[in-house]
Write a protein that binds this ligand. Structure first.
Ligand SMILES: [Mg+2]
Length: 212
């Protein structure tokens, strides 16, 4: 069923490394403390502001920029303080990704710096052909069409030949409409086919091993 696929589109956070990684907690804290400092509030206040920004603008960063004056590089400064050593190297995943036919891209709402650090720690930097980050998308995040179109255009991707993996189902609806095969990586066992070209998988490595 994945025989026609020659382009592999991979989300980063909670997809290429597990959702229970200690990095996820660090990311959440980094974003919330940045919002708390910028909006001069506490963590509870920041949590509410973040929820409003994400609901209205897709990501906290885009919302903070459109409704305020924050510089994206200042906003993303917390990434420099993250401890990426909490991510476990993933040699089995590297081997499986390397064996996939065609090209492999990371499509993330995070920054290129964050992707480079995480991919290097995972040991996946050698098997990824390109990273499309939030700045490449001119700050418009998944799941907006402007982001997907810019991503597909940047790498000349033909949707019918592409499979996209993401832990957020909302990010997969438009790619599926455009003809991509989608795999929602959400930790639930067993993996199952939800519809034509639409899958849910417990984890990326297990799915690729079972289906390639
Ligand atoms: Mg993710």
């Amino acid at each position: 069923m994945l025989a026609d696929i020659d382009t592999w589109v991979l989300d980063l956070d909670n997809t290429l490394y597990p959702a229970d990684s200690a990095l996820a907690a660090q990311l959440t804290h980094g974003i919330l403390s940045t919002i708390a400092a910028y909006y001069r509030t506490d963590l509870a206040g920041a949590r509410q502001i973040q929820a409003d920004l994400v609901a209205g603008y897709g990501t906290s960063l885009r919302g903070a920029m459109l409704t305020g004056t924050i510089d994206p590089h200042d906003f993303l400064g917390f990434e420099r303080r993250l401890d990426y050593s909490v991510i476990e190297p993933a040699p089995d995943l590297a081997a499986v990704l390397t064996a996939l036919p065609g090209r492999r891209y990371v499509y993330t709402n995070g920054s290129a710096y964050h992707a480079e650090q995480a991919l290097s720690r995972l040991g996946l930097d050698e098997c990824i052909d390109g990273v499309f980050d939030i700045l490449a998308g001119k700050l418009v995040p998944k799941p907006y069409a402007e982001s997907l179109d810019a991503f597909l255009g940047r790498f000349g991707i033909e949707p019918a030949r592409a499979a996209m993996f993401d832990d957020l189902e909302v990010n997969l609806a438009l790619p599926h409409e455009r003809g991509m095969t989608t795999v929602w990586v959400n930790g639930e066992v067993p993996s199952e086919r939800l519809a034509e070209r639409r899958w849910r998988a417990a984890d990326l490595l297990g799915f690729l091993r079972a289906n390639i």
